[in-house]
Structures are given as C-alpha cells and as structure tokens.
Design a protein around this ligand. Structure first.
Ligand SMILES: *Cc1c(COP(=O)(O)O)cnc(C)c1O
Length: 235
C-alpha cells in the first residue's frame, strides 16, 4: 500500500475513534483531502485509496487538476472544493469548475459566483468564512456580516448556503482549539434557526482535527497528514 493510502486509512480510523468518543454518528464527518501544491499523481494515489473529495487553494492550479481528472477519470465521481482566498477576477473559473466554495466572505464574491455559475450545473454549495479571532488582518466575515451575507446567499438561485468555515489561529493547546471551534458551532446553530438547510461546519486541519470533531465539525480539511509537507518553492 502507498504511503498516501496508509495515511488516509490512518486518518479515517482517527476520525471514527473521535466520533465514537464524542458519541457522534458514524460517517458524520467528511474527510476533505487538501491537495494544494501536490501533483496529480499524488491525487491519483488518494483516489486509488477511495478518496473522492479534494480541496484546492489556488484557482489556476485547481482548475488544471479538475480538467485533468475530467479527461482522465471521467467516470470517477470526484468532488472539488475551493478553499482558498477568492479575488473577484477569478470567480468565473471557480464557478465553472468547483462543486463547493468554503471561503465566501463578502457580498460581491457571492453575487459574482451566482451570476457566473453555468446553467445546467447544480447550485454551488457554499460556506461563509468566519473570522473567529476577530483580527482585522485575517480574511473572513465578522459576526454581524455573517447574517447579512447569509440573507443575500439564500436569495441567490445558483448558490446553496450550507454553513460556516474557519481557520482559527494555530495553537497547540487542545482546550484553546476546542473553545475557538465551539464558538463557530454556536454561530452555526444561530444560522440554522433562520436557514434550516444549513448543516455544515468546515473546521479542523492536520494539527487540530480532534478538537474540531469534538466541537461538531462536519468537514475536516487535511493536507499535510495525507500528502506530507508542502514545497512552495515552485509557486
Ligand atoms: C492548506 C490548508 C489546509 C490543510 O492544512 P494542513 O495543515 O496541511 O492539514 C486546510 N484548510 C485550508 C484553508 C488550507 O489552506
């Protein structure tokens, strides 16, 4: 078995154990394999191991990979998630190639993705990126903006509002991680009271997955623990 396959198996069993410990339903957490900077060969190995959902951060790189697998594995039901920052001049490519977008943090981006979603494709499944730390420098909507943005998204026919996403500050302490994730989980419950279709919390990466699942994550975004450390020298 390849290293990538072994890593996936390992993480799947970790996810299952944490779900059990927290008395959560089995299969209530999706493993999103974050393949940014990694070649199509690495993605192909993950697919061999049964992985179908992939996350990409950079528009051009992500689009090339989507097109590659559309051509070379047209019968494999892959699901591509865009999880990077979005500039408004790149929204068309995202709307044309991805099934999910995790990083909506302003109205202009939501409106453009809606307008540019090709007819005949299912609605784009979207998450609002939340700035849970409240720092101005980080991307993500603040708490008041979330509800304004949700109202706009829910009125757009080519977008489906599924929930919230965050990238909390990187801290090693489990309790601090848990507290940040619980804050996002509480916001999701408030949002769900207004928009019952909301069912998704995208939170947890290689270093804080367990705390995220304990707090109610439904999508963990894992890169390093599957594909190994990233090399950014070519980007
Ligand atoms: C890179 C990235 C990840 C994966 O991070 P790892 O620490 O490698 O697991 C998850 N989410 C987002 C938004 C990322 O940019």
């Amino acid at each position: 078995m390849s290293t990538i396959a072994q890593n996936i198996q390992h993480i799947m069993s970790d996810i299952e154990q944490v779900q059990k410990k927290c008395e959560r339903t089995r299969d209530s957490v999706l493993l999103l394999a974050v393949s940014k900077t990694k070649p199509v060969e690495a993605i192909a190995e993950a697919i061999q191991a049964g992985q179908l959902a992939f996350g990409e951060n950079y528009v051009q790189e992500g689009v090339e990979k989507v097109q590659y697998f559309n051509q070379n594995a047209p019968d494999t039901p892959l699901e591509w998630h865009f999880i990077g920052p979005i500039q408004s001049n790149k929204t068309r490519l995202v709307a044309e190639h991805f099934a999910w977008v995790h990083t909506i943090d302003r109205e202009k981006i939501a409106q453009r993705l809606n307008d540019q979603r090709p007819a005949g494709m299912p609605p784009l499944q979207v998450l609002i990126q939340v700035n849970t730390s409240g720092e101005d420098s980080k991307s993500g909507a603040g708490e008041q903006e979330i509800f304004q943005l949700a109202a706009l998204i829910s009125a757009l026919p080519n977008l489906t509002l599924r929930g919230l996403m965050s990238i909390p500050e990187n801290v090693p302490d489990y309790d601090a991680q848990l507290a940040a994730f619980q804050q996002l989980a509480a916001l999701k419950i408030k949002l769900q009271e207004i928009y019952p279709e909301v069912d998704t919390l995208s939170m947890g990466m290689s270093g804080d997955m367990d705390a995220a699942i304990a707090a109610g994550s439904t999508i963990v975004r894992i890169g390093t623990a599957i594909f190994g450390a990233r090399d950014y020298s070519n980007n």
